[in-house]
Design a protein around this ligand. Sequence first.
Ligand SMILES: O=C[C@H](O)COP(=O)(O)O
Length: 277
Amino acid sequence: MMPSIPQSDAEWAALISNVESSVEVSEDQCALPSLDQQLAQYFDHTLLKLDATEEGIEKLCTEAKEHGFKTVCVRVNWVPKCKELLTGTDIGVACVIDFHEGTSTLQEKSEETKLAVAHGASELDLVLPRQFLTGDAEQYVTLYDHLNTIRTLAPSPTVLKIILETSQLSRSQIIAACTIAGFASFDFVKTSTGFCGRGASVDDVRLMRACSATLESQGFGCKKMAVKASGGIRTLKDTIEMIAAGATRLGASAGVGVMEEVNGRESKGGNAVAGGY
Ligand SMILES: O=C[C@H](O)COP(=O)(O)O
């Protein structure tokens, strides 16, 4: 059943307050993957620097093939090159939209979305237009309109993620953003851009997982959103903490280093991940 969409900021506020009072954050650990190939499939292998070069993009795609990462994550201008380099593989191309500040107009982000989809991006990571949550008054209707427009321009099976930049939001604002993303049928809520603030934290991931579970299971009518942790994930320890907290996707520029840690542990014997932590 499709959820019924609030029609005013006051209706949204009431709904969000209802969600907030239902959210129960759990410290239970989620199941960990046990094999390096499984672990590699958690990663969006990421190169988002503005000064990325063709050589850097070629290296990114070569590494993605070598380790079997889920996707490469790039800016829109590099999507065609990545599609070409990854032809014949199962590796997707994720494209960031309105990165990294989330301040473009709806028209601008719509054009970028259309371009990314036309170039063959399979996943889009849209930065939350934070001003609608953090201004003098919350503008939930406008925020929903932005997210819903992008969902309409990039229907399933394109995977849509909303990047919250959780370090810049309060607990209530994170819940509000998750709620609106859920009602706009996003597939993932994602913690951070990696370009502002501290990046992903275990507490943020737990809160987002709890919020998604509430929206799915407590009569709000949303489908389940997964959680992507991103920003500052540098080591196998960071990786395991994020997965244990509830992330099923990780955005990282350091995925190769993590896989090298895994391989180093395996060469010494024993299960690299589940046995090590
Ligand atoms: O979405 C991905 C982030 O930009 C990655 O950040 P990172 O360079 O800290 O791994």
